[in-house]
Write a protein that binds this ligand. Sequence first.
Ligand SMILES: [Zn+2]
Length: 1028
Amino acid sequence: MEVYSVPGMSRPRFAVASKEKYRPVAKGESFGPSWTTHWFKIEIKVPDSWLKVEPVVFNWNCGNEGLIFSEEGKVIQGLSGEERREWILPASWNDGQWHTFYIETSCNGMFGNADPNDNIQPPYDDRFFKLESADLAWINPEARALRLDFTVISECAKEMPPNSWQKHRALEVANAIIDSFDESDVTSIARCRDIAAQFIGTKANSPEVFKPDQEALIMGVGHCHIDTAWLWPYAETRRKIGRSWSTQLDLIERYPEYNFVCSQAVQYQWLKEDYPDLFERLKVQIKAGRFIPTGGSWVESDTNLPSGESIARQFIYGQRFFEANFGIRCKTFWLPDTFGYSAQIPQLCRGAGMERFVTQKLSWNNINNFPNTTFNWVALDGSQVMCHMPPGDTYLSSCTVEDIYRSLNNHKNSGIDQTSLLLFGYGDGGGGANSDMLERMRRARGVADTVGEIPRVEMEGNVEKYFDRVEKRTDSGSKLVSWTGELYFEYHRGTYTTQGFVKKANRESEALLHDVELLATIASLTVPGFKYPKQQIDEVWKLVLLNQFHDVLPGSCIEMVYDDVKEIVKVVRGKLESLLTSCYNSLGLSGGGELVAVNTLPWARSEVLKFESISATTSTLSQDTKDGKYVLLESSGSSLVGVGVAAGLPLVTATAEEITPGVFQLSNGQLKVIVEGGWITSMVDITNGGREIIAKGREGNQHVLYDDQPLNWQGWDTEVYSLNKKKIVPPGEVSILENGPLRAALLVKQRISEKSWMESTISLDMHNTNSAFSSYLEFNSEIEWHESCKFLKVEFPVNVHCDYATYETMYGAVRRPTHYNTFWDVAKFEVCTHKYTDFSDFTYGVTVLNDSKYGFAVHGNTMRLSLLRSPKAPDAHADMGRHSIRYAVYGHAGPINADVVKCAFNFNHPLKAISGGIAGSIEQPFYFEGPQNVVISVIKRADDDEDVSTDELPTKKGKSIILRLYDSLGGHSYGYIVSKFPIKAAYRTNLLEDDGEEIKPISRAEGTYALPISLRAFEIGTFRLRIK
Ligand SMILES: [Zn+2]
């Protein structure tokens, strides 16, 4: 046995590592430190005296994860320390000859490198792993079989109902086995197995036990949840996939009844890149229906924080991968471990061809017990999917008798249908099933068919077959109960806020991807020679989708992961900037001398933008500032380009003044704001009857430091009791920073604690009376943050009374209570929001806009935006350091309206300044004519266009544009998509761009084309417009 210890932290593949210089090594040596890689080269010869013995196994335990390779570099199977330490040697090796193989070990456990007794603490850097065993052994299969017989029978004695005769019989049989067993007489094993057969039957040692195919209540589903990054980095996940899936392929080959279900297209992509031979073996078993891809998404993403379009792309990139590589599309959305599920998920997954959904995470709720296990889950628009939450309450079952009983007894809808899925196999860190689990399932089935009582299990592992049967038994689900709206997870509420930088990068990338796709689409149809950069756009999307994994975006990974994420974010930013520049150049927007602004939203708007230098002769309205000039730019809804507003127009300017010592006033004719020490003591909406926005006697923009000590899971959790213990950040020093005419701003300096401080600007821009939008008061804070278990939030007690508030969610909005009437209301003391949160009564409303935050609460009349957390596990340095945070307060007449939604889009897609620009005459190519609650969210080229397609799926002739629209506020809407491009043909499609109903465009006199469409309340509609 020899070893090659790879220097540093690199992870060379077999082809490289096998050629390195190896040194002799012996058992007892230790390997490390954490995260290093060590390759072992092992030569073995089965002793002559064993040559008739079969099977011979190689027993390996180095305490860490390993992967066996053949001498030629073919992947054989994974090893994982204690849980999996045996490799059954090929029978051909019982030939008295020497044979060579390799083991690649990585110095981490299944759950990374933290203290095994508290593995969500930050990992140790210096963990070493001792090589305990590297032995040849021959095993007695009958002895092992007896151990499993006995285990299952003794579990039956414990778990069967007290009043059942089978329970007493199990105890009797177990005792008889013990009494007959003689450790000095190997023949006693056979006698004991005969006794066991009285309880488990005679076929429980073979796949025959599952025949004849009798109806079973529980379907076993082999699974292996591999977190795409969590307590280990992405690079280690790539190897976990090789280890776990090779092991599962081995089991599939050895156990004919065993099928394995596996999600996340990115992991298949990585396998294809890193282990091509394994990928080919996988394809064979996928074709045979034994290795079953599921979930239809790129990663098992978070579903609270990503935008609706991100989730659509998770499905599009996932389903296209499965279709292009395996010729299949998944029918079930599979998300066992994600921290809550947005109300629009049923609609989105149906749009991607999945009408079924499996999760179980809600069983972790820490306040209310979720009442259903098999039910219809209904989206905001009324569309629904059939949902099953395996009542075993785990996706990591070890197939114990207890798990089997739980699958029956915890089924909350068993009055309608008693069947359930049992998800088994090691997971989170990968692994999957082992042979013990499969043997247990055989025996459990044997018990059910021999003595009964225990529910019968089957091993199809075929989730589709399971749902087919439920559909049949429930009249296509019509007998099942329904749950409408979000599946709020009453746990892990800190994940809306932890690791602020990854959330900010996510929002920013989502916005820029929208802009790039729009501009590139226009360029690809109007600029000769411009090729739609699909390849680059795909690359960026896939990186953004990767970082939406359900531990990465929520902030629950170790520091090492976030080091990688920071690098990915840099790459994404770089690629998006260069794509934008290339679009500007191609569209002729740059290379001139004008001040222009690109408006990527299809409505009129104006904004104050800063330019570093402008020519002195410019006639546009401007304001000097310390490092440049502010200019007001205006874009009409029909033009893509905004230009400077000429000086001399009757606009109301913004002013800042100190009205009495320490009391400052910002005003712009529409809003009059009083600021004291950084707190807003009054904010009057002059144009709306002088309505005071701030609650009487209270202060807005008050920062509060809450004590944030959850019971466990620091990075994940914040608890309701944290709201009781708080300190208000004291007021600070205020000075005037800008004094109009375009922007009035105050600078506020505050100390948060001895270690942390905050410098904020509170600004008000001039009120453009030509604009459809009211003004908002904007806050930009630079925060230096060095706290421990503190939660910083900013609060606005407002002069509004209503029992619900409206939070933006993916492709829609949800109302949540502002009171704690019931435990279900209390549980939502911290919820997820997107770009806006609106709190309105009948006559007036206040909206808090943000560009990167997700945690929010409205309780009583206080609106509370969550800013920063400071958990110390699993990342000891999470969120420490500098943050730039931007939010705004926007008042409006009446309840929430379409301007609120648009204003939130404006805030997240600011006009893009080009100082050496050319105004040109590029038109917005599309807009929606009809109710203003309908938003065009995406304009992109069709994935299957022959000049665009990047994968092996069939292409379509011509050039097409995909438009996605949604109703943002909940109203059935009729109207027209108006196109400046001639439309040759148009179809309504699903998210996967499959053509549905054809729509006839109407040619209009002014040269535009109108497409009549309708959307249900909160419906997401996708349309393919063929242009050329
Ligand atoms: Zn997970």
